[in-house]
Design a protein around this ligand. Structure first.
Ligand code: NAD
Length: 298
């Protein structure tokens, strides 16, 4: 299939490469000429704007952009995708944005005669490179079935979450819980160790008791508890703290839009805000445990 791909950043570039590897033809675009040139070297056709991608032979277009403002500009802006794209062509946005913005863009696409799916991902840059992402997909069931074989070239777990926007709802809800549970694991581990307990023994007890959670048993933030997690390598790699802060911000904004309280989410957002403001934005989000150090430093 001929696929348009817009947004060739840390996630988009490896995802696009996996589509090429699976034998698809690509027309690509990014604000960065270097990112476009790198993909063109591996066989993609370079386009100089989203509108040019829309005018290409693409039968389906995927976008992977930083935030809602970029998604709205690319789809709804002057000279954007919806200005140029032919009706009927399936549009898929894999960016992480708030659910209401996703629904707004999907409604505009529908009014133009284009089916649209929101399909945010989890799995990070490693999952994007390995083609093992999880896609959480919102939109009509028949459009999901059309997209499934294409998404399968980039991911392993592809879940239909319901109507437009529900992929983003699943992503926001999961990462809200992840941020809160990571802070909980950091707090409990730090308290136990401050009271004199060995970190590994404490983690072993928690992980076979009712406090067990992914943040404790698979991604424990306390150094020395697990091998092969960011805590074992100075919190490098993994999921950046500023991206967790972005996702908690999306949860707060989505909650505001529907008048739903997110008491712990708001506190988690504040703690990540402080941590990022201290200059730790690039550290893995489990490094938040350093807010519990007496010297408050990684
Ligand atoms: P990134 O900033 O590395 O890449 C975004 C790309 O979009 C950039 O190359 C930028 O030049 C391009 N872009 C922006 N505006 C554009 C426009 N108008 N036209 C064409 N190109 C444009 O971001 P990323 O890390 O690849 O993340 C992309 C999305 O995936 C974000 O929404 C992020 O929250 C989400 N996400 C990221 C990760 C991760 O670990 N990086 C994990 C899961 C989800």
């Amino acid at each position: 299939m001929h696929i348009g791909f817009i947004g060739l950043g840390n996630m988009g570039a490896p995802m696009a490469r996996n589509l090429l590897k699976a034998g698809h033809r690509l027309s690509v675009c990014d604000l960065s000429a270097a990112a476009v040139a790198a993909l063109a070297e591996t066989g993609a056709s370079a386009c100089d704007s989203p509108a040019a991608v829309a005018r290409s032979e693409a039968e389906l277009i995927i976008t992977m952009l930083p935030a809602a403002a970029h998604v709205k500009a690319v789809y709804l802006g002057e000279g954007g995708l919806l200005d140029q794209v032919r009706p009927g062509l399936l549009l898929i946005d894999s960016s992480t944005i708030d659910p209401l913005s996703a629904r707004e863009v999907a409604a505009a696409a529908r009014a133009h005669g284009n089916p649209m799916l929101d399909a945010p991902v989890s799995g990070g840059t490693a999952g994007a490179a390995a083609g093992s992402l999880t896609f959480m997909v919102g939109g009509a069931a028949e459009d999901f079935e059309r997209a499934r074989p294409i998404l399968a070239a980039m991911g392993k777990n592809i879940v239909h979450c319901g109507d437009a926007g529900n992929g983003q709802v699943a992503k926001v809800a999961n990462n809200l819980l992840l941020g809160i549970s990571m802070i909980g694991a950091a707090e409990a581990m730090s308290l136990g160790v401050a009271l004199g307990m060995d970190a590994r023994v404490l983690a072993g007890v928690i992980n076979s008791s009712s406090g067990r959670c992914w943040s404790s048993d698979t991604y424990n933030p306390f150094p020395g508890v697990l091998d092969d997690v960011p805590a074992a390598r100075g919190y490098r790699g993994g999921f950046r703290s500023d991206l967790m802060l972005k996702d908690l911000g999306l949860a707060s904004e989505a909650a505001r839009q529907v008048g739903q309280p997110v008491f712990l989410g708001a506190l988690a957002q504040q703690l990540y805000q402080v941590f990022v403001a201290q200059g730790h934005e690039a550290l893995d989000f489990s490094a938040i445990i350093h807010l519990y150090n007496k010297d408050n430093h990684p």
